[in-house]
Design a protein around this ligand. Structure first.
Ligand SMILES: [Cu+2]
Length: 168
């Protein structure tokens, strides 16, 4: 099987799972998700941003790698921002610190959380064209080393409880 076959098949699989997920989510306005090959991308979301702030962050409930091969999230892009970086935040005492990383490792058979208010990874948006408003949805294209590129829809929503935000 050549690379093309794999890509075509993964596109087909993605479409099929996309339909299944759309059907599964029809009854629920609270969560959404996308399949990309062996990856299940669960609930991409962003928190609203105040006027005048040109940066925002995108989180995920989790990205699950159901395959036997490790993958990596290499980057992302969106029409809503000039630039997207993969960030890793760590707790330093009581202060959450973050830095850009080259890629986020997605080990085989593992789930990686990328949630607001938790130490871990998120995507940072730079040069927002306009503030992210509560209830808004926007497209984001993710780039994975093996699963390729996949477009997801980001839901802008207020965090359920005010877990500590993060500073740059
Ligand atoms: Cu960040």
């Amino acid at each position: 099987m050549n690379a093309h076959d794999t890509a075509d098949r993964s596109r087909l699989t993605r479409r099929r799972f996309g339909l299944l997920l759309a059907a599964a989510c029809a009854g629920s306005a609270r969560a959404h998700g996308t399949r990309a090959g062996e990856l299940a991308i669960d609930h991409p979301y962003a928190t609203p941003t105040p006027a005048g702030l040109a940066t925002g962050a995108v989180y995920f409930r989790k990205i699950e790698n159901r395959g036997r091969q490790a993958d990596r999230l290499l980057g992302a892009s969106t029409p809503r921002a000039e630039r997207v970086e993969v960030h890793l935040s760590t707790m330093d005492g009581n202060v959450m610190r973050m830095r850009a990383i080259e890629a986020l490792e997605l080990p085989a058979g593992a789930s990686v959380r990328l949630r607001h208010g938790e130490a871990g990874a998120h995507l940072m948006l730079f040069g927002l064209s306009a503030p992210l408003r509560d209830g808004e949805r926007f497209p984001l294209t993710l780039r994975f080393e093996h699963a390729g590129t996949v477009e997801v829809t980001v839901w802008v929503q207020r965090p359920r409880k005010s877990a500590g935000g993060h500073e740059h």
